[in-house]
Design a protein around this ligand. Sequence first.
Ligand SMILES: [Zn+2]
Length: 318
Amino acid sequence: MTRHPRLVAAALTAACIVVAAAAGEQNPGGRFAGVELTAVPAAGNVHMVTRPGGGGNVGVFAGPDGVLLVDSLFAPLAERLIAAVRTVSDGEIRFLINTHVHPDHIGGNGPLAAADVLIFAHDNLRVRMLDRLRTPRRGGGFSPQPAAGARPVVTYNDTVSFHLNGEEVRAFLAPPAHTDGDTFVHFPESDVLHLGDVFRTTSYPIIDVYNGGTLAGTVEALETAIGLAGPDTRVIPGHGVRVVGRDAMVEFLDMIVDVRDRVHDLISEGRSLDEVMAAAPTAHYDARWGQEATWTANDFVPIVYHELGGGSLYRGNE
Ligand SMILES: [Zn+2]
C-alpha cells in the first residue's frame, strides 16, 4: 500500500506540533535548527540514520514489504527522519521498535504513530512511559511524561520476531544494562545488530540507575551481543557516527571490565568513593571515553562503586 505523500506530510506536521507542545518545548526548532540527518549503509537491507554527534541512531530495515525502524529520535526531527528514510526507500513505514525509553529514542513516536506506524517495545519501556521520565545525564533531571499517542501499541516480555522483506528480524530483551527495558534488534540475514544505548562509541557506558540499568547487566548484554556477532557483522551503536564491527564491542566491554575490576580492588582495600575517584581508575581510558561533557568518569565511576557494594553513589556521603 502506498500512502498519499501529502497526507502523510500533513499528518506528521500536525503531530509534530501537538507533541512538541505536549513536551513543553518552548522553541521546538531552536535546539534542532539546522540539524541534518543522513542515512548510511550498515549491511544488507539495513541502513543507519544518524545526526552530527551521532545521538539516537535509527536503524532502517527496508525492502519490498516496507520499512521497519529501530528508534525514532526526537519529535522535532520526525520530518527529517522521514526524509532520510526516503533517501533509502519509498516503501511504507510500517513498524517501529523502541530500544529504550530515553527521549532521543522515543521522541518521534507520536508523529510516526499519527502516520499509522505500529510501535513495538518491551513491557518495561511502556510502563516507564506512563510517568514523567528521569534521565541520567547532569545528575538526573526529569523530562515530561510522553504523550499517550507516543506509547507502544504492542509490547513483549521477551522476544518478538518480524517476518519481513525475506528476513526474520528478532527483537529481544537484553539483561538490564542501560535501562531495564533494553531491546537488542538482530538482523541475522543482513548481519546487523542494533544495540540501542547499551553500546555507544562516544563515551563511557551510561548506566541509567533511575530506569533500572545495571553494570552487571551491561557486561552480560555486551557478552550476548559479541556472541551473536560474526567477523562481518555490522553494529549500530545508540550513539556514535559510524557503524562499527565486533572488535569495537570487544574494546568497549574490555574497558568496562577493566574499570570494574580496578574499582573492585579499591573497594577491597576499604577506599571511600572520594578515595576511589582520587585513584583515577579510568586514567587509561579518559582520553578515549571520557570526553563527552555530560557523561565522564565522574558520572560512570560512582555507579560502578555503588553497584559493587562500595556504598553511596554520592561523594562525601558514605
Ligand atoms: Zn539512552
